[in-house]
Design a protein around this ligand. Structure first.
Ligand code: PLP
Length: 400
């Protein structure tokens, strides 16, 4: 017999993957240059030279075990130290190597952290719009998925709705800023208010409500936007980080969980995360990648190409009459679908070989997401199609 739950998860691809794979097939029919694929968040800025140089040097080494051998499950000590020292410098908070657990990217970091908190009847909250994979990560690891409805005006947090959903079973809230799909960075005021609510509610229910900060886009910000270091605002925060996006390494699978000492029961929590990772078959994160990261903790690529796409699309789409918040981070634009249904709008766009992701799976069905980590040629090619699509739904726009 086969597990129905696992079968359904595997047989039904995510909406993003479905569109992405459709794009590959459609390229064979109409030509790659004629498919405008804005579906998947695959970083398009080249991996920085410092990273590829570190790879080159490491693979030349004759010390096979040092480069390719197993490391301790939490990671190579020097690599953890490099990350911890870097965080200490940047966050002005003391982080030690023992607070860092290397993982194969943010996804397993999140799953291990969720599993570590999966006591009986545990509830994990998310804020819409949210990364669609949160649902299987939470539900398939024994917890209840609780979503806070979106603030579709500013894409900050609806505190009335958040408070209503906190129960004695609430174990954690996932906070993703810069946000996928909205690109919004939560303001200091939002995070301070969140800390106030969670502190009060934790006291009320008699145990901490942890924040799981999902931060693969932390340094992907524009116009000098500030992403506050959350443990300085709310100490019960674990950080799930990934190098996938910032170093353009999504297929190489490297990230970490950081459990700062200020977190309640931090040592036990760290041990539970290690235990949860063990159940996932985690032996260690890729050894070579750990060592690359140790040499490249401060490397940042030039984000100008993402920024240009962000501004070109934002300015053009809003001038055509689309409603959309200007993103301060990540590489997405989250746009209100003319006509109300993002699924119907995405289907119409697909007929023109323009692939955009409907917002249903992000918990926000009136909006669609487009990735700005694409070529500028594709952006230019898409603009007349975006204009035609809104004009077809709202003909009065043509006169504007
Ligand atoms: N969290 C968010 C918000 C993401 O957008 C992604 C990937 O797109 C992940 C987690 C998973 O990242 P990783 O590739 O490091 O597992």
């Amino acid at each position: 017999m086969i597990s129905n739950a696992m079968y359904s998860l595997g047989a039904k691809r995510s909406c993003i993957r479905e569109l992405f794979e459709y794009g590959i097939q459609q390229a064979k029919v109409v030509g790659k240059e004629n498919v405008m694929d804005f579906s998947i968040g695959n970083p398009s800025i080249p991996t920085p030279d410092a990273v590829t140089d570190a790879f080159d040097q490491l693979v030349q080494s004759e010390d096979t075990i040092a480069v390719h051998g197993y490391t301790p499950a939490a990671g190579d000590f020097d690599a953890r130290k490099a990350v911890a020292d870097n965080l200490t410098r940047r966050a002005r908070a003391e982080i030690r190597p023992d607070n860092i657990y290397f993982t194969c990217g943010a996804a397993p970091a999140l799953i291990s952290t969720i599993r570590a908190l999966a006591v009986e009847d545990a509830e994990i909250m998310v804020i819409a719009p949210y990364f669609p994979e949160y649902r299987p990560f939470i539900e398939m690891n024994g917890c209840k998925f609780v979503a806070v409805p979106p603030d579709t005006r500013a894409f900050q947090i609806r505190f009335d709705e958040l408070e209503k959903r906190i129960t004695p079973h609430t174990q954690a809230l996932i906070v993703n800023s810069p946000n996928n799909p909205s690109g919004v960075v939560y303001t200091v005021e939002t995070l301070q208010r969140l800390a106030e609510v969670l502190t009060r509610k934790s006291k009320e229910i008699g145990h901490p409500i942890y924040i799981i900060a999902d931060e693969p886009y932390r340094e992907l910000v524009y116009d000098g936007a500030d992403v506050p270091y959350l443990p300085n605002i709310y100490p019960d925060t674990m950080i799930c980080y990934s190098y996938s996006k910032i170093l353009s390494l999504p297929g190489e699978r490297i990230g970490y969980v950081c459990v700062p000492d200020v977190v309640t029961d931090s040592k036990d929590l760290f041990a539970a995360i290690a235990g949860a990772s063990r159940t996932l078959g985690h032996v260690c994160a890729p050894s070579l990648q750990q060592k690359v990261i140790a040499r490249c903790v401060d490397v940042r690529p030039d984000l100008a190409a993402y920024d240009r796409n962000r501004m070109t699309l934002y300015n053009a789409l809003t001038s055509y009459g689309y409603r959309c918040i200007k993103p301060d981070g990540a590489f997405y634009l989250f746009v209100e679908a003319p006509g109300g249904s993002s699924r119907a709008f995405s289907d119409r766009a697909k007929e023109r070989n323009l692939l955009i992701v409907p917002g249903d799976d992000f918990g926000c069905p009136e909006f669609f997401r487009l990735c700005t980590c694409v070529s500028s040629d594709m952006v230019q090619k898409s603009l007349p199609v975006f204009r035609d699509l809104i004009t077809a739904v709202q003909p009065q726009r043509q006169a504007v």
